[in-house]
Ligand binder design. Sequence first.
Ligand code: KG4
Ligand code: ZN
Length: 344
Amino acid sequence: MSAFCVLGIETSCDETGVALYDSDKGLLAHVLHSQIQLHQQYGGVVPELASRDHVNHLVTLVDACLTQAKMEKNNIDAVAYTAGPGLVGALLVGACFAKSLAAALHKPAIAVHHLEAHILAAQLENPHLQYPFLVLLVSGGHTQLIEARELGDYLLLGDTLDDAVGEAFDKTAKLLGIPYPGGATLAEYADNCLPSIRENQSRFPRPMLDRAGFDFSFSGLKTHALQAWQQSAQDAHAMQGIAYAFQEAVLDVLLNKCQKALLQTEVTQLVVAGGVGANKSLRKRLVQMLEPMGANVYFPCPAFCTDNGAMVAYAGYLYFKKQVMDKTLQIQVHPRWSLGANCM
Ligand code: KG4
Ligand code: ZN
């Protein structure tokens, strides 16, 4: 197969991401527009505003990406786009745009699974990462432990029964008065918590550690945080202490389940994917835990942990190589799409 270049488009939630991936040269360019400021005043993502904002930015971002890559659109060989899971309107904007562009260029389109793209982001930076590997997928919408056996072959080991980790971080941050999305700020409070405050802070429960299997539950922790906050002086010290106790509880649970999954599957590689993968303490503690186990952990760089176009372009590249593509004009998205279910 001669060299080819895939345009990737991500619009599943509140980030418009566009990237170009070349089979010979790798990632040529990637650009991103975040809608955080747009949604901040509402304390969460407003789906209709998200869709409209994707419409407003897609053309400009594709042009910027082509300029960055010093490329003409006629040199694009396929257009990959996130077909799900995500917000239906936001997905439809990306799908309509991608399929129309592909049709106009007489090129195929490739429907990409958003979570699979997150999983593959680790390979984008570590092309020698071999299957099988375990994936801890921790984002605003998902918390899953997955065994990746091959491209397209994923076994779900565990899932959250309620809130996703990122969602729990954001909701806990919100009840402490930190603006949306407060997850990263809450993590900073936790990391900067003074030793004297840590010592006096009461410990939070470790949900699901007493149960077999790999499922998670995080909604109880935010209730615990709310009670702790209401009983505190509600000052900066209390915020640090609660952030620290919350983060420690979350990380203990995540680490424990990862360790058990690695031992049970005898897989020796762990990939961390999704926005919470940017969490510094999670990274540090996973490295410390896996080293004595003789296992390796891979983290995408923070920019590729959160939603981005590069992971979609890369997933599109892998499927184009396998000749999995769509030449029809039909537009279909899958707001709820479990990993492994075939929707193509
Ligand atoms: O993967 P992502 O960009 O969006 C989804 O597909 O959900 O993840 C965003 C989530 C948000 O909930 C955000 O608060 C969380 O990742 N997040 C963090 C950190 N950075 C982002 N959570 C904890 N610690 C961080 N450093
Ligand atoms: Zn995501």
